[in-house]
Write a protein that binds this ligand. Structure first.
Ligand code: NDP
Length: 316
């Protein structure tokens, strides 16, 4: 496993990290979630991403149990705040940030998170209030570093303008994959110029880039697409035109000497501003396959061919 510095922080995160959306505490059994965490440690994955809203606290609770007993400095833990936890509890006000960090720390059974992320931008709270609250968390030691997810370039510039009175963000968490390249235009250059790394979500397009789905076929029984708990947000990727395109990319992975999942993850990691690809896993074997994408050297000409195939996918 190779590691990359997370923005201007002192954290060095594994190029492949473990995510917990839909899986941990929600769509997969506790023992499987625990087995994935154990496998992550065995594979050199030192970075785990969660959020208070995943399973409305359940992901953090199960993760806290799975991490209990491990040396706290042996892993880098990230969580998030913003989405509703109840009718009243939502957003990035100072009161919410103070309340939600304590709830997350209790569920995670730890005194601090390494990275506390704003899950989205809060249009209803002044940015200065949010940044002051986050800065207070850093001073108190409850969060070591701060990040955001899916903020617009203008949101990012506004936050940077408040530094050094406020803490500076070190990470950005956008969706990014061979099938979703929007961050390349503005977010990546802006972040790269300001010591902010990307830690990207759904790098396998929720599993579709693994190549395991077939056009017109029933999805494998043990896959996200077949799970009523986990398949509700995969319509963009689990459709015939996308599946056919991934089918077309598979010979490129074969030529590169790796699996389709590894090819897709190595493609993400070719961009130096990406510190880590956050992958979900429903079983340890997937993590082992995905971890081996770290350090792969693949001919850029093969990547260019895959990009051309992706560019031809009809939008709907
Ligand atoms: P991926 O694109 O990595 O998809 C993960 C799923 O793909 C797995 O759960 C598994 O599902 C399948 N899979 C993984 N590896 C393989 C493999 N080698 N072969 C075949 N199938 C495989 O990411 P997610 O959509 O899960 O997102 C990753 C993480 O990003 C989340 O866990 C979360 O931490 C974060 N995230 C953040 C968001 C944000 O707004 N900031 C939004 C969404 C996610 P199965 O076996 O069930 O098919």
């Amino acid at each position: 496993m190779k590691y990359r510095q997370l923005g201007s922080s002192d954290l060095h995160v594994s190029e492949i990290s473990l995510g917990t959306w839909l899986t941990t505490g929600v769509g997969i059994e506790r023992d499987k979630a625990g087995a994935c965490v154990d496998a992550a440690f065995d594979l050199g994955i030192n970075f785990i991403d969660t959020a208070n809203v995943y399973g409305v606290g359940a992901a953090e609770t199960v993760l806290g149990e799975a991490l209990k007993g491990r040396a706290r400095d042996s892993y880098i833990l990230a969580t998030k705040v913003f989405f509703p936890m109840s009718k009243e509890d939502r957003g990035l006000s100072a009161a919410q940030i103070e309340k939600q960090i304590d709830a997350s720390l209790a569920r995670l059974q730890t005194d601090y998170v390494d990275l506390y992320q704003c899950h989205r931008y809060d249009e209803n709270t002044p940015l200065a209030e949010t940044m002051a609250a986050l800065s207070k968390l850093v001073k108190s030691g409850k969060a070591r570093w701060i990040g955001f997810s899916e903020w617009s370039p203008q949101n990012i510039r506004d936050a940077l303008a408040l530094v050094p009175e406020a803490e500076k963000f070190v990470s950005s968490q956008p969706q990014y994959s061979l099938l979703w390249r929007r961050p390349e235009k503005d977010v990546i250059p802006l972040c790269a110029a300001n010591g902010i790394s990307q830690i990207v979500w759904s790098p396998l397009a929720q599993g579709v880039l693994s190549g395991k789905y077939r056009v017109g076929a029933t999805p494998p029984a043990d896959s996200r697409a077949a799970s009523e708990t986990m398949n509700t947000m995969m319509g963009t990727w689990h459709r015939d035109a996308v599946i056919a395109a991934v089918e077309g990319m598979k010979p490129l992975a074969v030529e590169a000497g790796c699996t389709m999942s590894q090819f897709a993850l190595a493609w993400v990691l070719r961009e130096p501003n990406i510190a880590s690809a956050i992958v979900g896993a429903s079983r340890p074997e997937q993590l082992a396959e995905n971890a081996a994408a770290s350090g792969l050297v693949i001919d850029p000409a093969l990547f260019a061919k895959a990009e051309a195939i992706a560019a031809d996918i009809p939008r709907t």
